[in-house]
Design a protein around this ligand. Structure first.
Ligand SMILES: [Zn+2]
Length: 153
């Protein structure tokens, strides 16, 4: 499972479907499903057997070697993926973000118990689906730092 990598791909603006969100019960069926579905997408996997099946079925696939998120980002960067925080897509559900209304900002701030003056301190992006706000606060700064560290390794 590549849950963390999914999050980072979405943060970087890539339209990403996560197998863990698909609710497939049977493991054998899952592999067949992944080989034959979403053919307009590239399958990322750490499963060697699944990777081989994709290759022999002419399904576009990338094998991920590492099990740490930093190394996985590095691997994909070397294949031409660009990791940067674009505030384009919800990292939780993949939905496109939009600018929220004043009311939507206040609703989420209240719901999350955050101070209302956040509204004037930050610029916001909004996921309608998750009713979630994104802004360039400390979490964002930590992510920028994380990517910078990977680049410099
Ligand atoms: Zn969302």
């Amino acid at each position: 499972m590549l849950g963390k990598l999914t999050t980072w791909l979405r943060i970087s603006g890539y339209d990403t479907v996560y197998v863990g969100d698909l609710n497939i019960m049977n493991r054998r069926k899952e592999d067949t499903f992944l080989v034959t579905s979403f053919k307009d997408r590239i399958l990322l996997t750490r499963d060697r057997e699944l990777y081989e099946r994709c290759i022999s079925s002419n399904r576009e696939v990338i094998f991920i070697n590492s099990n740490t998120i930093a190394e996985q980002i590095k691997e994909l960067s070397e294949k031409g993926f660009e990791f940067r925080i674009v505030m384009d897509r919800c990292s939780v559900c993949n939905n496109l973000l939009r600018r929220p209304s004043e009311e939507e900002i206040l609703d989420v701030l209240r719901k999350e118990g955050l101070p209302e003056d956040f509204k004037t301190r930050y610029e916001f992006w909004y996921c309608e689906n998750c009713v979630k706000l994104y802004w360039m606060g400390s979490h964002w700064r930590n992510m920028v730092k994380f990517l910078k560290n990977i680049e410099e390794r």
